[in-house]
Design a protein around this ligand. Structure first.
Ligand SMILES: Nc1ncnc2c1ncn2[C@@H]1O[C@H](COP(=O)(O)OP(=O)(O)OP(=O)(O)O)[C@@H](O)[C@H]1O
Ligand SMILES: [Mg+2]
Length: 398
């Protein structure tokens, strides 16, 4: 008698397990109840077919919820980011009266628990800009994308999570110290530094705006990085934000883990240079993101080529790194930014190239990346409101 054939091993067959799917779904938040749809018990069923098709059944508070489109889009986008997934179908269910009161109880409990609830609204799209290696242009990309998004009339938070190697204040030309403020609940909060850009607004927080000089920064080194990040998310009165861009320190580890705990809706934008080596280290960041269930939003290749005044193209740092990394992670290559001295000069002068020289090739590419984020990759959340009344109730009861 022959031994029974064991079921396909999901790892070796390359398709995710239902638990993997639930892992990324923990990053989908109900925009009004401000909690993960997993924690709220809104995911009734997850099925993974042998061909990689995934069916997720989401239970809504009311079948006619105007936010169902938003939740469905987020579910599809997060799950489709998992390697091995072919198609994602979302089915809707309506909660029973019993489930609804259980959900309200959970939401109430969350609202009453102070930590680790952040001051970042659940409707904010969070993008962490990371790379495995230093000096590839994370901060420059963060500063420019933030400015480009704000120039579209959006309110954009910029969190410099490179706690000790901060460069955001210089690149965005902000100097003043962060001011304290009293929140409605009487607790002291830190107010971000604000810089208007066109009809939009940048709200900037960096260790560089808290400490006087780099020597003082050195004295603060004892502070655990993840704790500092937590403070920036919990103690800063961010206010309403369409986007929060986070400039990550080089490498992987603590900060990424802390982010997935504090802001599970975070998506990673991975920066690489065209060099093969850089692309390999960047792949580690993407891998780490996956393991912490953060979706990789896309890959940006920076320092792609240098176009000389005579029009000739020079691939100074090699070619193809971005494309290879995109293929490796299954995330789209969102753009390729050329080497241009003005990127560096404008950054040093405190006005990002997208604002200082919008017609420069690098600025145009950075603007296209911002455009793709807004229109296609991670559009701002439209607040329509179905559980809004419920949420008000929750707040009153808390
Ligand atoms: N496309 C570009 N063209 C020319 N110079 C660039 C470009 N991108 C970045 N630079 C310059 O390269 C240097 C490193 O960039 P940046 O500080 O943004 O990198 P980073 O990845 O944030 O570095 P770190 O790991 O130290 O935080 C800076 O001097 C910046 O002005
Ligand atoms: Mg940097």
């Amino acid at each position: 008698m022959s031994a029974p054939i064991p079921p396909a091993d999901p790892i070796s067959s390359g398709i995710p397990t239902p638990d993997d799917v639930r892992g990324v779904l923990a990053g989908v938040l109900d925009p009004e109840l401000r909690a993960s749809i997993i924690d709220l018990g809104m995911v009734h069923d997850v099925r993974v077919e042998p061909n990689g098709d995934v069916v997720v059944k989401v239970a809504l508070t009311t079948a006619a919820c105007p936010l169902r489109g938003q939740i469905g889009t987020d579910v599809r986008s997060k799950v489709a980011g998992l390697p091995g997934v072919s198609e994602v179908r979302v089915e809707y269910d309506e909660m029973t009266q019993e489930e609804r009161s259980e959900l309200m109880q959970k939401a109430r409990l969350r609202a009453s628990q102070s930590a680790p609830a952040t001051e970042v609204p659940a409707t904010t799209r969070v993008i962490a800009v990371g790379s495995g290696k230093g000096g590839v242009g994370k901060s420059s990309i963060t500063a420019n994308l933030a400015a480009a998004l704000a120039a579209r009339g959006l309110t954009v938070g910029v969190l410099d999570a490179d706690i000790w190697g901060f460069s955001i204040p210089r690149m965005l030309g902000v100097r003043g110290r962060l001011a304290g403020s009293k929140a409605a609940d009487g607790k002291g909060k830190i107010a971000p530094n604000e810089v208007p850009v066109g009809d939009g607004l940048l709200r900037i927080v960096s260790m560089g705006l808290l400490v006087d000089d780099e020597d003082t920064a050195l004295m603060w080194r004892g502070l655990i990085l993840a704790k500092a990040l937590e403070q920036f998310l919990v103690d800063v009165s961010w206010g309403a934000l369409d986007y929060l861009l986070i400039d990550m320190p080089p490498g992987t580890g603590d900060i990424q883990m802390a982010l997935s705990r504090l802001l599970p809706q975070t998506e990673m934008l991975v920066v690489t240079t065209p060099a093969l080596g850089a692309q390999k280290v960047a792949a580690r960041v993407a891998d780490m993101a996956r393991r912490s269930y953060l979706k990789v939003l896309g890959v940006v290749e920076n320092m792609t080529e240098f176009v000389a005044p005579d029009g000739s193209h020079h691939a100074i740092f090699g070619a193809g790194g971005g494309k290879r990394l995109a293929a490796l992670t299954g995330a789209p290559l969102v753009g390729a930014v050329p080497i241009e001295p003005a990127v560096s000069q404008d950054g040093d002068a405190g006005t990002p190239i997208v604002l200082a020289h919008p017609d420069a090739p690098a600025a145009r590419e950075l603007n296209t990346i911002a455009e793709r984020i807004v229109t296609e990759l991670l559009p701002p959340v439209e607040m329509a409101g179905c559980t809004a009344r419920m949420f008000d109730l929750v707040q009153k009861l808390a």
